[in-house]
Design a protein around this ligand. Structure first.
Ligand SMILES: NC(=O)c1ccc[n+]([C@@H]2O[C@H](COP(=O)([O-])OP(=O)(O)OC[C@H]3O[C@@H](n4cnc5c(N)ncnc54)[C@H](O)[C@@H]3O)[C@@H](O)[C@H]2O)c1
Length: 308
């Protein structure tokens, strides 16, 4: 079990869930929030969340958690600070200058920010490259992703230390090569939701119908293989490029999209061929289908409650 200490600053929806995930993995967790009543609320919430994490002894994990009265006490000597405060530039900038003041030079800082870039968060720091992003997907004690990014000139060694921290903490850490508004998860989510809203607004389908379509098709598929591997397997001998050219290209005009350039299609063919060689499609497809059947079985075992 780890003897490292993680400070969780801001214990609302995300902070509390992140704290549960770190405590379950054996880290000492120090929490700080400005709400007067936060300790009792957080302790109750943590118990529930810890009980949802497989193979976790809730009482043992709870003993690793302390709730502090000041920011300084919580973050002093911590190995890593996960910041989960309000999503405003003012808050993040003020918090990061305080963290820099109270912490050792080796302490790692990561913000859960959903879209404020590291340049903006670190703008007032003496060492702005220390403001990194560790963006989770709600709730982080259940969903393992963390998108990691830093300013473009951050030392590789610093970002590598944060990646290593998250990997040891059991997360699926993906480093973004450069910061972008909304990061990857929120951009994908938003574009998908915008089209879903459009289809409902145009009267093509109602909300419940659209959700059913996703739960019985794309949601299952993407949980198992992701959109690029899905595309590579869906295009037969032509891979994803074939799928795009032969099937999807005819949707460009009705959906108001620019056709994909030859350069883009070549990039897809090249990267797709490296990550998912077409001569291995049969093997990939077999695992995709086993995974899809397991997800479908889990969905069937856990029906949604009725609305009335
Ligand atoms: N909710 C989501 O789905 C989600 C998903 C991913 C990332 N995020 C990001 O996580 C961060 C937190 O979001 P949330 O949804 O948990 O918000 P929240 O409002 O639930 O929690 C924020 C917490 O910060 C506390 N706080 C305010 N000022 C503080 C201070 N000076 N010091 C310490 N704590 C302070 C508040 O009391 C509150 O408990 C945001 O940056 C958000 O963009 C949210």
């Amino acid at each position: 079990m780890s003897q490292e200490t993680v400070a969780v600053v801001g214990a609302g929806v995300i902070g509390c869930s992140y704290a549960a995930s770190f405590a379950a993995k054996g880290y000492r967790v120090r929490i700080f929030d400005v709400r007067d009543d936060y300790e009792s609320i957080v302790r109750k919430m943590l118990r529930t969340q810890l009980s949802e994490i497989p193979s976790t002894d809730v009482d043992v994990a709870m003993e690793r958690v302390s709730c502090l009265k000041t920011l300084e006490e919580a973050v002093k000597d911590a190995d890593m600070v996960q910041e989960n405060g309000p999503e405003t530039v003012d808050f993040k900038q003020t918090m990061y200058t305080a963290l820099e003041k109270f912490c050792d030079s080796e302490t790692l800082f990561a913000s859960s920010s959903s879209g404020i870039t590291p340049e903006v968060i670190g703008a007032k720091m003496k060492s702005p490259e220390r403001a990194m992003i560790g963006h989770p997907f709600n709730p982080p004690h259940v969903l393992p992703i963390v998108e990691v990014c830093a300013v473009p000139d951050a030392p590789d060694e610093l970002v590598a230390r944060l990646m290593d921290f998250y990997e040891r903490a059991g997360r699926v850490a993906v480093r973004l090569k450069k910061p972008i508004d909304g990061f990857v998860t929120n951009r994908l989510q938003y574009v998908f939701q915008r089209e879903a809203i459009h289809l409902v607004k145009e009267g093509v389908v109602d909300m419940e119908g659209l959700d059913k379509i996703v739960m019985a098709s794309l949601g299952v598929r993407w949980a198992c293989v992701g959109p690029f591997l899905a595309g590579q397997l869906g295009g037969g001998d032509g891979g994803m490029r074939g799928l795009l050219e032969n099937i999807f290209a005819r949707l460009d005009e009705p959906m108001g999209l620019q056709p994909l350039s030859t350069e883009t299609l070549e990039m897809i063919e090249e990267q797709g061929g490296k990550s998912y060689p077409l001569n291995k499609s049969g093997e990939f497809a077999m695992v995709r289908d086993k995974r899809q059947l397991s997800v479908l079985e889990a969905l069937e075992k856990n029906p949604l409650p009725k609305a009335d």
